[in-house]
Design a protein around this ligand. Structure first.
Ligand SMILES: Cc1cc2nc3c(=O)[nH]c(=O)nc-3n(C[C@H](O)[C@H](O)[C@H](O)COP(=O)(O)OP(=O)(O)OC[C@H]3O[C@@H](n4cnc5c(N)ncnc54)[C@H](O)[C@@H]3O)c2cc1C
Length: 354
């Protein structure tokens, strides 16, 4: 196999950027195509909260997601350090754990969450029960409102938009050819667009939901988020609220902004956030702390998670064409491991996984 390969990637979302970056670091000649603008990607990656939370996800996901997520948690800090060294840009990666809370009336929800998690977790020291003081110590902004909670210390999060911007800068610095506003189709060794096509040693299809015509069973799962800004309440890490009617997470970002999410609706509808979702997310946030009432809603965002029937990622290969998709609600959680699997498809060495 030639050492320097010409590789064309379709889709400049999270997977596309990560794959292109790791390939360029190995001196391959990489071209990245996207249907839209690289500065403001149209994929799910731009809407995502960026939580890297294998434990929280384990309650509703397959054990495989947990195991892959734990491996990703080992890889992310190395990759973030490399990225920050290369570009001088921060992605605000934070491994400060996450907190799960419930109001006294909903304590059964929290107990059930803990019970489900303990039943599935290989190690029972991965979560800590918090009393009122414990909640107050970790999250002073919630001090007067919660008597109990759970702390999942190993979980992390990354500011998705800062990460995507840093990856874009790294791609430019590494000489990756970026082709924007170009809707492409993929076949073995060839990338096609409306007015032409180009041959590559390998084509990698990472178009997310854009590949749905070519991937049987690929579906969109609509997610709606709100970004609010407040100086009244601050959080130090992702917080999840257990509630009988709606589940909410609040992930603090820079400058007093907090991303609140997310709905999960079986639909590929990309239309703006519904009134019902706005009400539910706002009510849940208000339940976290009534001081959020004065927060300003600075953005609402909607996108669809690319999901396969088993809600697990899938990497397939035929000569000249690799496809990776189905990251569902786990793109940031599983990204590094899936990228490793992609790169292993045409390189025998396992060096790319770390
Ligand atoms: C509301 C919400 C919250 C989320 N929160 C989290 C979270 O906290 N943690 C987590 O791990 N995951 C989260 N996710 C999931 C995560 O965003 C996705 O799993 C991830 O973005 C999938 O990455 P991807 O690269 O496969 O697809 P995408 O990020 O969707 O990127 C696909 C790219 O392909 C391009 N494209 C599509 N079709 C074509 C075409 N024909 N030609 C050229 N380009 C094309 C698109 O323009 C886009 O840039 C969330 C998702 C949503 C919607």
């Amino acid at each position: 196999m030639k050492s320097k390969l010409r590789i064309g990637l379709a889709g400049g979302g999270l997977l596309g950027r990560l794959c292109a970056w790791r390939l360029a670091l190995r001196n391959h000649e990489v071209t990245l195509f996207d249907a839209g603008d690289f500065e403001r990607p149209g994929g799910a990656c731009w809407t995502a909260a960026g939580m890297i939370s294998p434990l929280s996800e384990l309650v509703s996901a397959e054990p495989e997601v947990y195991h892959m997520g734990m491996r990703s948690l080992d890889i992310w800090p190395q990759w973030i350090a490399e990225l920050e060294r290369q570009t001088g840009m921060s992605a605000s990666y934070r491994q400060a754990g996450s907190v799960v809370v419930a109001h006294p009336l909903d304590k059964a929800e929290l107990a059930q969450f803990q019970c489900d998690l303990n039943a599935k977790l290989p190690a029972d020291d991965a979560l800590q029960w918090l009393d009122r003081e414990g909640v107050a110590k970790l999250e002073p902004g919630l001090a007067d409102h919660f008597e109990q909670g759970l702390y999942l210390p190993s979980e992390a999060d990354v500011n998705s938009r800062l990460l995507l911007n840093a990856l874009l800068a790294a791609l430019r610095q590494s000489g990756v050819r970026l082709v924007s506003d170009t809707l492409v189709e993929c076949s073995a060794h060839r990338m096609h667009w409306s007015s032409g096509s180009e041959r590559f040693d390998w084509v990698i299809d990472v178009r997310g939901l854009g590949a749905s015509r070519n991937m049987t069973g690929l579906r969109g799962v609509r997610g709606e988020v709100m970004i609010i800004e407040t100086s009244e309440v601050s959080l130090n890490r992702p917080v999840r609220l257990m509630h009988p009617r709606y589940k909410l997470y609040a992930v603090p970002r820079l400058n007093g902004q907090i991303i609140i999410g997310a709905t999960e609706i079986e639909s590929a509808d990309m239309s703006p956030i519904s009134l019902q979702s706005t009400l539910e997310l706002s009510s849940a946030l208000y339940a976290l702390n009534p001081a959020f009432a004065e927060a300003r809603v600075v953005e609402t965002s909607v996108n669809c998670r690319p999901a396969l029937p088993d809600n697990l990622p899938r990497v397939t290969r035929e000569p000249g064409l690799i496809c990776a998709n189905g990251l569902y609600r786990h793109g940031y959680l599983l990204g590094p491991v899936v990228v490793g699997q992609v790169l292993d498809q045409f390189h025998s060495e396992k060096q790319y996984a770390a």
